[in-house]
Design a protein around this ligand. Structure first.
Ligand code: ADP
Ligand code: MG
Length: 401
């Protein structure tokens, strides 16, 4: 999809339209990266934020970057943004200043000294208690640093925090390039997908994905379900689940969904065979089960080859594939086979492919297939909420476009 199209469909003003020359821009990015020994261990999220940073620098803005990092409760030096600021500088090949705090006099002085094209990285926003409380005083102090606000942090757009929502009511707020693309891709899946739309769901808990199932039942042509969540459905059908991981809380909802699927035009596919293990650990005794009634003493840890062949065939016919959640306990061999087969099918699919969810995305990277997916969402929870039809506070607060 050309970028312009995704920008038009979201209804919010784009950073491309913002007048930023000679002005200071507070850019909320998602720089919540894993650290290891005081260094950035994986800079994927920093790289994803670069296009908006570069655009702002090219257009003569002084850029003030803000993000949270981990889940500190107050000040925690091990979660300082300093290593992130260093990595941003290396990637930009430009000097980047780390700020000593999130807000305050010293930070304001540094912000005011910024020349066009310069970058200042604020400290971890969660060092401030007011961040997650969307505190008005913190939002005021953040707004005092800049003339314009840009939100590019899709991963936290479903949270109303001071850096994602509060500050957007105090400065003219624009959508960054990454946020724009995320909204464009996911609203297209939700509202106007190329048909047929095939939704592939897996992962641990059916209750995490209820909103998505409800949204797509009656809208998508097919919903394919694997992962541990299928055992809530099998339990609802009165089947034996052995020692499989069953989310009991989800059984009632699974029963309702099965009943609704009967009278809906959407085809709901569950696994027809499984790979069983004695325990969720490497080297455990395993066996294939042609069927889905799990005997006592065994756990269903992956979908079987008939299931993946069926899912792959359907994925290959799709106009759009939306995939969230692994098909099995893919972290432990040999229970990665089902997820790998589905990942390969999605990667090879001629239709438009969109994948969300931390573990599904990790699986794609592990299998070396990430480059063959049309869009990999950077937001797990946010991507689910968006396709469910929820309004994201960090997006709503931006200027209408
Ligand atoms: P995502 O992060 O992609 O949204 P989830 O967090 O919902 O996915 O679920 C991923 C987890 O589900 C993985 O840790 C995986 O091991 C687990 N899982 C999937 N299928 C099974 C299964 N059959 N038994 C146990 N765990 C499973
Ligand atoms: Mg997960």
């Amino acid at each position: 999809m050309p970028d312009g199209d995704s920008a038009r469909s979201i209804g919010k003003a784009s950073v491309r339209e913002a007048e930023v020359d000679g002005r200071r821009v507070l850019l909320r990015a998602d720089l919540n990266v894993p650290l290891d020994g005081g260094e950035v261990a994986d800079d994927t999220r920093i790289r994803a934020s670069l296009p908006t940073i570069e655009l702002l620098r090219d257009r003569g803005a002084g850029v003030i970057l803000v993000s949270h990092l981990g889940r500190p409760k107050g000040l925690d030096p091990s979660l300082s943004m300093a290593p992130v600021a260093k990595r941003v500088g290396e990637l930009l090949e430009a000097p980047v200043k780390p700020a000593p705090a999130v807000v305050g006099e010293e930070v304001e002085a540094l912000a005011k000294q910024l020349s066009p094209g310069e970058v200042l990285v604020l400290e971890n926003s969660r060092f401030e208690e007011g961040e997650t409380k969307n505190d008005a005083a913190l939002a005021d102090a953040l707004a005092a640093l800049a003339d314009v606000y840009v939100n590019d942090a899709f991963g936290t757009a479903h949270r109303a925090h001071a850096t994602t929502e509060g500050v957007a009511h105090r400065l003219p707020g624009y959508a960054g390039l990454l946020l724009e693309r995320e909204l464009g891709e996911l609203t297209q899946v939700r509202d106007d997908p190329e048909r047929p739309l095939i939704v592939v769901l897996g992962g641990a808990k059916v209750t995490d994905k209820l909103g998505v199932i409800d949204r797509f039942l009656g809208f998508a042509e097919e919903i394919l379900i694997g992962g541990a969540m299928c055992f809530s459905f099998f339990k609802a059908e009165g089947r034996d689940t052995g020692n499989s991981m069953v989310e009991e809380e989800g059984v009632e909802s699974a029963r309702r969904i099965l009943a609704e699927a009967e009278s809906s035009d959407t085809i709901l596919e569950l696994p027809e065979d499984l790979v069983l293990g004695r325990a969720l650990e490497a080297g455990t005794e395993t066996r294939e089960l042609n069927g889905v009634d799990v005997p006592e003493g065994w756990m269903g840890l992956d979908v079987g080859t008939n299931t993946t062949a069926n899912f792959a065939m359907r994925i290959g016919r799709a106009g759009t594939v939306f995939w969230n959640g692994p098909m099995g306990a893919f972290e432990v061999e040999p229970f990665d086979a089902g997820t790998r087969a589905v990942a390969e099918a999605v990667a090879a699919a001629p239709g438009h492919t969109v994948v969300g969810g931390g573990d599904s995305v990790a699986a794609l990277h592990r299998f070396g297939l990430a480059d063959s997916i049309d869009w990999i969402s950077t937001g797990g929870g946010a991507s689910l909420e968006l396709v469910e039809g929820a309004r994201l506070p960090g997006v709503e607060a931006l200027r209408d476009g």
